[in-house]
Design a binder for this molecule. Structure first.
Ligand SMILES: [Zn+2]
Length: 253
């Protein structure tokens, strides 16, 4: 079936409405995908925080243990010196230092013990979180896949519609096509509209002057509604775009 320029233009417009509708659906899918993943993402981020804290604790623990070790080496040296002191004054000095260092070592040991205790409790929390994260991820998987499958179905339909649009547009005259694309890219959804039987514009329902009506009906030239600017077509609306068996009225946005 060969279509006239105007008829094709109206079909392109219908296809564009359907395309706009499908694109909204795809965006909605992306939002739903993010929602589905949300609990798992939150859990993973919490786990990450806990693991960072544990790494910090381990670093602290190593630092404290090294400090205690250094002090123990110093204690050994001081104890050896005790055997070689020359006088009481020297002995007293060594003993003072020894007692200070022993106290410091005790403090280090206590601190190390506290860190270790905290580390073990945090490790238990992390283990719990790891299990929960795994469960959350496992739950996300199937619904995510279902959404992705559904979404790719929509994308296939979109690609089909776009190809069909390009083919239909080939039957449209150059001038009409340019006007249509300019309108369309500016975000207008209605570019071409029929001239109604009573002589009104099919878009704004303003009356079109009789002389212009006659021109539209006889010439098939590109004539636009003076009131709203749509291209007026004397032809009847083309049949509905049947892509996935949906009926009319649904695709209008
Ligand atoms: Zn109008």
């Amino acid at each position: 079936m060969t279509k006239t320029s105007m008829g094709s233009l109206q079909e392109v417009q219908r296809l564009d409405e359907r395309i706009a509708h499908l694109r909204k659906e795809v965006v909605a899918f992306d939002e739903r995908l993010a929602e589905v993943e949300e609990p798992a993402l939150a859990m993973e981020s919490e786990l990450e925080t806990v693991e960072k804290r544990m790494a910090q604790m381990q670093a602290d623990l190593r630092r404290v243990e090294r400090a205690a070790e250094d002090k123990r080496v110093r204690i050994e040296k001081l104890e050896a010196r005790l055997n070689k002191v020359q006088n009481l004054r020297e002995e007293a000095a060594v003993r003072t230092e020894l007692s200070l260092i022993r106290k410091a070592v005790e403090t280090d040991d206590q601190e190390a013990y506290q860190i270790l205790d905290q580390l073990q409790r945090t490790e238990a929390t992390a283990e719990e979180l790891r299990e929960k994260t795994e469960v959350a991820r496992a739950e996300v998987g199937p619904s995510q896949q279902a959404l992705l499958d559904e979404r790719s179905g929509f994308e296939e339909e979109l690609a089909e519609l776009r190809a069909r649009r390009d083919r239909t547009l080939e039957a449209v005259g150059d001038r009409e096509r340019k006007v249509y694309e300019a309108f369309h890219s500016s975000g207008r959804s209605v570019v071409v509209s029929p001239l109604l039987e009573d002589g009104a514009c099919g878009n704004c329902f303003g009356m079109v002057p009789l002389q212009v009506q006659n021109e539209i009906r006889s010439s098939g030239e590109l004539i636009r509604c003076e009131a709203c600017g749509v291209i007026l077509s004397a032809e009847l609306e083309p049949e509905e775009v049947e892509v996935d068996g949906e009926d009319e009225g649904e695709a209008t946005a």
